[in-house]
Design a protein around this ligand. Structure first.
Ligand SMILES: NC(=O)c1ccc[n+]([C@@H]2O[C@H](COP(=O)([O-])OP(=O)(O)OC[C@H]3O[C@@H](n4cnc5c(N)ncnc54)[C@H](OP(=O)(O)O)[C@@H]3O)[C@@H](O)[C@H]2O)c1
Length: 296
């Protein structure tokens, strides 16, 4: 299997590269602003200019494209909606059209932010979407442009992504910040009124490639099974790192003035992916253990 990872230097992209190499797949990739350290064929590519994508497919002749690239800064999307629409909304459809024309499989990664967060039970893939900020609106457009161009594309939706970046070996996402604060002895204000099912990037990469091997297509929610607040996530990290839980303080999303609105509840129901692969997604504690033990 030859796989082209678009956005190989992102957190998820680096894990897809790592996981593909571990499976002895032939892996190549694209990067945006900085070239990752992987020893694989890499080319610079921007989703703002998809004209080059046909040549990239011709050069690398992949069997599969995994698009992990996106404009992921939720507040920046609010300030630059046209760019967000291009990168997150329209470009994925262009990639899908190229893949369809060349008979190349496509995975396009999406987000829990397609939901508005007004419910209090985990969202299934069939749940109604209603994004509450530009990022979510443009990612939802991306799902639609992809399906319009290539109805067999696989679209995993992730949530609150964290894990080890496989190009730098650094921990990234919420735990990186929380552990830094805990280690420096600073109090961390954490929301008790936001609920998420965090996705560990290494686990998501394994699951996505398992879904590809299972010939799955359509939307799949890929996250852990634990629907937690950032405060509860912080408690588990404090316990695991033997830091004092007294450094955690309870906060509310309403106390923070941010440019983009966030859904209060975006937990994902992961039943479908579990059924497809014949196994359960991990709990958050299992994911934390995996990173601690550097299992994968
Ligand atoms: N992070 C989360 O909490 C989260 C939650 C749900 C879903 N997701 C989705 O998961 C996927 C992977 O996200 P991630 O967490 O791995 O984010 P990430 O670490 O920010 O990676 C995103 C990648 O996209 C690249 N990129 C940005 N603008 C680009 C452009 N115009 N052209 C080409 N590449 C561009 C970035 O490159 P540069 O850094 O060089 O610009 C970066 O390598 C995305 O589809 C995201 O929407 C993320």
């Amino acid at each position: 299997m030859r796989v082209l990872v678009v956005g190989a230097n992102g957190l998820l992209g680096s894990n897809v590269v790592h996981t593909g190499l571990r499976r002895e797949w032939d892996v190549c990739g694209t990067f945006h602003s900085s070239k990752p350290s992987f020893e694989i064929p890499l080319t610079q590519f921007s989703l703002e200019d998809t004209d080059d994508f046909g040549d990239i497919l011709t050069d690398y002749e992949p069997d599969l494209v995994v698009n992990c690239a996106a404009m992921t800064d939720v507040d920046a999307c609010e300030h630059h909606p046209a760019k967000a629409q291009l990168v997150n909304g329209e470009a994925p459809g262009e990639l899908a059209a190229h893949c369809e024309a060349e008979d190349v499989g496509l995975v396009h990664v999406s987000t829990d932010y397609v939901f508005d967060g007004t419910t209090r039970s985990p969202y299934a893939e069939s749940a109604d979407t209603n994004p509450v900020q530009v990022y979510g609106e443009t990612k939802l457009t991306g799902e639609r442009t992809v399906v319009d161009a290539d109805s067999s594309a696989l679209i995993p939706r992730l949530s609150f992504v964290w894990g080890i970046h496989r190009g730098t070996d650094d921990l990234e996402g919420f735990p990186a910040w929380a552990l830094d604060q805990l280690r420096s002895g600073e109090t961390i204000p954490l929301f008790t009124d936001q609920w998420v099912t965090p996705t560990r990037a290494g686990q998501a990469a394994e699951t996505i490639l398992d879904l590809v091997e299972a010939d799955a297509s359509g939307r799949y929610h890929v996250a852990c099974t634990s629907c937690v607040t950032p405060y509860e996530f912080g408690e588990r990290l404090a316990k695991r790192s033997q830091a004092s839980e007294s450094l955690l303080s309870k906060g509310s999303m309403d106390d923070v003035d941010r440019d983009a609105a966030r859904p209060k509840y975006s937990c994902l129901d992961v039943t479908r992916v579990g059924d497809e692969l014949g196994r359960s997604q991990p709990t958050l504690s299992e994911d934390i253990d995996a990173v601690w033990n550097a299992v994968d």
